[in-house]
Design a binder for this molecule. Sequence first.
Ligand code: S3P
Length: 178
Amino acid sequence: MSRVVRNNYVLIGFMGSGKTTIGRELSRTCAMPRFDLDELIEEKAGKSIPEIFAESGNEGFRAIETQVLRSLVRSGAEGYVYSTGGGCVTMPENLPLLKQLGLVVYLRIQPETVLKRIGKDTSRPLLQTPDKETRVREMMAEREPLYQAAADIVIEADHGRMDVIVDEIVEKGRQFHG
Ligand code: S3P
């Protein structure tokens, strides 16, 4: 069944896949303003992401994430690039919301790329564990089918070349819209 796709790009993918940096570049290239869902969540909560996780856990964080997604969908706004948080596909109710928001672009990377890019990062509560590699591999294996289910287009993003990735998003987006 075909759906009417709103004129927005919705970037999804694992932590470190480049949703923020590629989102910025895509926003510049297409002259479409960008919103970062993690930032909107922090604004709404009046707290940082690590604080939300520490005080309300994963469940509390996901509840705010879904509220933010829902309000964006309800706004009906078009002409935006949205960078999401890596776990937004883990809540089943978010999948239709992502689809309603716009063209869902999955930035796909391998576990090795995640570890290389954010292995030393301390700002992601879910990766604060001694054995990061096992955690990353497990989480990615769990999430891969969810990203695939949500995605309208899939972009291999390990190579990290912004210009190539942005061109590919625009081109595949065009093809998708027909
Ligand atoms: C999360 C990813 C983070 C942030 C939160 C949870 C996840 O966003 O939403 O720490 O569950 O993968 P980034 O993907 O932008 O790091």
